[in-house]
Design a protein around this ligand. Structure first.
Ligand code: SF4
Length: 144
C-alpha cells in the first residue's frame, strides 16, 4: 500500500505565507465612512462650540495680519468630493457656502473663517497632484 507523507512547516503556516487573502476584507477596511458630525447637527454644533472656545474659531477680522491663514488653506480642511457629499446629504449646506470638514476639530467649517489651530498645507482635495502645485503668497495652494 502506498504511503503519502505531508510535511507542514508550522512556522510558515503561522506566518501567513501562502494564505489566501480575502480582497473584499481589505476593500471593506478602506471604505470611506462619513464622519458622524457631518450627519448629526447637534454633534457638529457641539464640536464647533469647542472650536470657538478652545481655538477662537470664527470670522476673520478686517486687516487680519495672517489673512491667508483661513480654513480654506488649512491642512485640516477637507473638501474632497466624498466629504462634501457627506455634508450635503447629511446636515446639508446652503447654496453658495464654501463649507468643508475640519479633520482636526471634527466639524464643518467655513472656508473664509479662521482659528488658532491653522496649519499650512491645505486644503485636502481630490487633485492627486495638489502637492506639486506652486504655492502663492501665504503658503496656500493655488486653487482659489
Ligand atoms: S484647524 Fe484649520 S480647518 Fe479646522 S477650524 Fe482651524 S483653521 Fe479651520
Amino acid at each position: 500500500m502506498a504511503k503519502i507523507v505531508i510535511n507542514i512547516d508550522m512556522d510558515e503556516l503561522r506566518s501567513g505565507i501562502n494564505q489566501v487573502v480575502d480582497d473584499d476584507m481589505y476593500e471593506a477596511e478602506e471604505e470611506f465612512i462619513c464622519p458622524l458630525s457631518t450627519q448629526d447637527s447637534d454633534l457638529n454644533d457641539k464640536n464647533r462650540e469647542y472650536a470657538i472656545q478652545e481655538y477662537a474659531y470664527g470670522h476673520s477680522v478686517k486687516n487680519w495680519e495672517k489673512k491667508k491663514e483661513i480654513c480654506g488653506t488649512c491642512e485640516y480642511y477637507n473638501i474632497r468630493s466624498n466629504m462634501l457629499d457627506c455634508i450635503e446629504n447629511g446636515i446639508g449646506m446652503d447654496e453658495g457656502d464654501e463649507v468643508g470638514y475640519c479633520t482636526k476639530l471634527d466639524f464643518t467649517c467655513m472656508a473664509e473663517n479662521v482659528c488658532n489651530a491653522w496649519e499650512k498645507g491645505g486644503p485636502m482635495t481630490d487633485f492627486d497632484d495638489i502637492d506639486e502645485l506652486e504655492p502663492i503668497e501665504g503658503n496656500e495652494k493655488d486653487i482659489f
